[in-house]
Design a binder for this molecule. Structure first.
Ligand code: NAD
Length: 320
């Protein structure tokens, strides 16, 4: 069993689930998060609530951009780098600075600090957004990435930084390209969270585009499983697609929310956003072969868990 494990973005959707899984398995975890205000920080504090009472969890509320990463990394031998400024749509315009800081600069600082330490594994949270618009489906890891959003550009740059440090300094980096992750704690800017919340409040649900766009939805527990496998991985591959095997159109997802989760949806179609791709669809053969990755949770089941959680969140926080 390794020593301490560092999880960046520990208060976020994916980072908090990962921390919980690691402490449950007996690891000592150091979590870092600057609690950015991209979405309601009360949700992030709620994500951390159980972890904070656990003696195996140490938490630093700090930005990766100005903390002393050398001494932090000196204590750890596995790093899960989940922190980022997420979100495709907000990455246009004035907020781009935040994407440069939290995605590119923070990743460079982390790689630079980690290169001098005997890290056993460095797992980077990459994204399907690196692929951009393609008719070459399913998307394979060797395909030329051509992001179509500023967010995707920063995730690709961050991924490349990890791979550069791997090549030049033997940083044991593995990049996991997540495909639209959903489930309890999903970020409030993401489609399912918004749909469920609005439907529960009797408000119209807005779809950008005509709803025929497809996404390869990936349940949170499957993503966490992929991270655990990446920590143990000893092979030579560096980049893996982590898709959910539940590729459906947004319209079909709405049908599932209606039929399986009993949500009444008043759907309004709006113009598509620039940077939103038409389809995502992961080829997960490499992850299956190398990481023994097999997504288990089906969309109707995963959505039912998310609906339950959004209901609890509304009761706890009121408006969110
Ligand atoms: N959720 C998805 O569907 C999805 C898909 C593809 C990739 N990803 C990637 O997975 C990772 C986690 O995403 P998420 O959905 O949990 O997002 P999230 O916003 O819930 O979590 C990210 C956390 O990082 C923190 N953070 C941002 N900048 C920081 C900095 N400079 N220093 C310290 N903390 C900082 C934020 O406060 C936030 O709590 C991100 O790297 C994201 O790009 C997510």
């Amino acid at each position: 069993m390794p020593g301490k494990i560092l999880v960046t973005g520990a208060a976020g959707f994916i980072g908090s689930h990962l921390c919980e899984r690691l402490v449950k398995e007996g690891y000592d975890v150091v979590g870092v998060d600057s609690l950015t205000d991209y979405y309601d920080v009360r949700i992030k504090r709620e994500n951390l609530r159980e972890l904070k009472g656990n003696e195996k969890f140490t938490y630093y509320e700090h930005s990766l951009n100005d903390m002393d990463l050398g001494s932090l990394i000196g204590e750890v031998d596995v790093i899960f780098h989940q922190a980022a400024q997420a979100g495709v749509r907000a990455s246009w315009g004035n907020r781009f600075e935040e994407y440069i800081d939290s995605n590119i600069r923070a990743t460079q600082r982390l790689c630079e600090a980690a290169k001098n330490h005997p890290i056993r594994r460095f797992v980077f949270a990459s994204s399907s957004s690196v692929y951009g618009e393609t008719t070459n489906l399913p998307m394979g890891e060797t395909q030329l990435p051509k992001p179509v959003s500023p967010y995707g550009v920063t995730k690709l740059a961050s991924e490349n930084l990890c791979l550069l440090y791997k090549k030049n300094y033997n940083l044991p980096a593995v990049c996991l390209r997540y495909f639209t992750v959903y489930g309890p704690r999903q970020r409030p800017d993401m489609a399912f969270h918004k749909f469920i919340l609005r439907a529960m409040k009797g408000k119209p649900v807005e779809i950008y585009g005509n709803g025929t766009q497809t996404r390869d939805f990936t349940y949170i527990d499957d993503v966490i499983e992929a991270n655990m496998s990446a920590m143990a991985y000893n092979g030579s591959e560096s980049v893996f697609n982590i898709g959910g095997g539940s590729r459906v159109s947004l319209n079909s997802a709405l049908d599932i929310l209606h039929d399986c989760c009993n949500l009444e949806l008043d759907v309004r179609y709006k113009d598509a956003f620039k940077g939103d791709v038409k389809h995502t669809y992961a080829d997960i053969a490499l992850a299956q072969r190398e990481l023994n990755y097999k997504p288990k949770v089906k969309l109707d089941q995963g959505l039912a868990y998310e609906v339950e959680w959004v209901g609890r969140l509304i009761r706890k926080l009121g408006d969110s």
